[in-house]
Design a protein around this ligand. Structure first.
Ligand code: SAH
Length: 371
């Protein structure tokens, strides 16, 4: 990042304080905050005097995150975005359309240092953390993309529905959110501000590979965020084959942290479990998992592992998923097979990586765009 101030990462009160320091009336702070959250760039903030707009352009980062290109799935309308950050780095995000609204899966780091053996996002290690402003910027950029798209289609059709905005956010793109704790927390607080994008934290899910001390700290924040935990194995020896973090924290320690989270927030934990051929997908594994989770307020999300060619690990058949699910249900563990979105655009779990969309455009039949 350069040394410009990151207004997108600041609360309305912080921007007002900054305005005062600059000798500006503090009400400019709430105007600027509101305009940023509406997705406007400084030049478009016509409720501000021209001199202030120019000053903002000089001193502050304008739109820290922008859409560089996108690919839309022909299967389910899922859109994968490549975002540019102000230092030229790129991250990806995925827009999913559900009946209950638009959900954006955002990245929290450029790359990742957790080293999970099956995940594409970690192949090149961690490059850097995203700032809160950049994370918020992923939402703002997509909201702007949606409005632009719907105004274009309105022009064609002469009418059209009011454009929707993102109402749910999942922190499941590249990066480990709890490894970027301060900025992620700041981002979560920004979401809640009424004059801003105003997304309830009940509509936010955060996925972690299991950084136990950070999970306990996060529980103490008492936020109504749904915590998703990438468990992927019923015991430590299998988990160690999949995730280096299992060398540091045992499943028992992990589940204790989950219990603390449930107690402090009253929210159930979602366990993610990627079924991997020959490793964790047998019926005996399902029984072992059920024994470990018995009595816990939780839900298990099963997905067949998405293959990442470099990793040499493969997913399982639908029949294997069905059998695994059946065992869990028989043992009274709430579980579902997760619906996968954006399979044809490499937008599915663990497929987000740092390559540019141009590099990954080999698959055909998807619409591809750039700005
Ligand atoms: N670092 C966080 C969030 C990012 S990954 C975490 O580990 O939870 C989001 C989810 O996708 C995680 O559950 C992750 O384990 C899963 N995932 C990664 N690679 C995958 C793959 N190849 N197939 C299926 N799920 C995968």
């Amino acid at each position: 990042m350069n040394d410009r101030i990151d207004l997108a990462g600041m609360t309305s009160a912080e921007i007002s304080a900054w305005c005062q320091e600059q000798g500006l009336p503090s009400f400019r702070g709430s105007q600027i905050f509101k305009s940023i959250h509406q997705g406007l760039c400084f030049g478009e903030m016509t409720n501000l005097p021209l001199s202030l707009r120019e000053k903002l352009c000089q001193l502050a980062v304008d739109q820290p995150t922008t859409v560089r290109s996108w690919r839309e799935s022909k299967l389910d309308g899922t859109v994968k975005f490549l975002f540019s950050l102000s230092d030229g780095q790129c991250v990806e995000g995925v827009l999913m359309r559900y009946v209950f609204g638009l959900t954006l899966c955002i990245s929290t780091q450029v790359g990742c240092r957790m080293g999970c053996r099956f995940c594409a996002s970690t192949l090149e290690g961690l490059v850097r953390n995203l700032t809160a402003g950049e994370m918020l910027g992923e939402i703002l950029a997509v909201n702007r993309w949606i409005s632009r798209k719907s105004s274009l289609s309105e022009a064609e059709e002469q009418s059209g529905p009011v454009p929707e905005h993102i109402s749910r956010v999942v922190l499941m793109g590249s990066g480990e959110p709890l490894d970027n704790y301060e900025q992620v927390l700041r981002f979560l607080h920004l979401l809640r501000e009424e004059a801003g994008v105003h997304i309830s934290l009940r509509n936010v899910s955060l996925s972690t590979c299991g950084l136990v001390p950070k999970m306990i700290r996060f529980a103490d924040e008492s936020l109504p965020v749904t915590l998703c935990v990438s468990l992927h194995a019923p015991n430590d020896s299998i988990r160690k084959k999949m995730m280096p973090i299992a060398e540091t924290y045992s499943i028992q320690e992990l589940l204790n942290a989950c219990r603390i989270y449930i107690r402090k927030t009253g929210r159930r934990i979602i366990f993610e479990y990627a079924l991997t051929e020959g490793l964790n997908a047998g019926e005996s594994h399902a029984e072992e998992l059920a024994r470990r989770l018995r009595g816990m307020q939780c839900h298990v999300n099963l997905i067949p592992l998405n293959s990442v060619p470099e990793r040499g690990m493969a997913g399982v058949s639908e029949e294997t998923v069905r059998r695994f699910l059946q065992v869990l249900k028989r043992c009274h563990i709430s579980a579902t097979r997760r619906r996968e979105m954006g399979d044809d655009i490499e937008g599915a779990c663990g497929q987000l990586r740092r390559k540019t969309l141009a590099e990954s455009s080999a698959s055909s039949g998807t619409s591809f765009g750039s700005v």
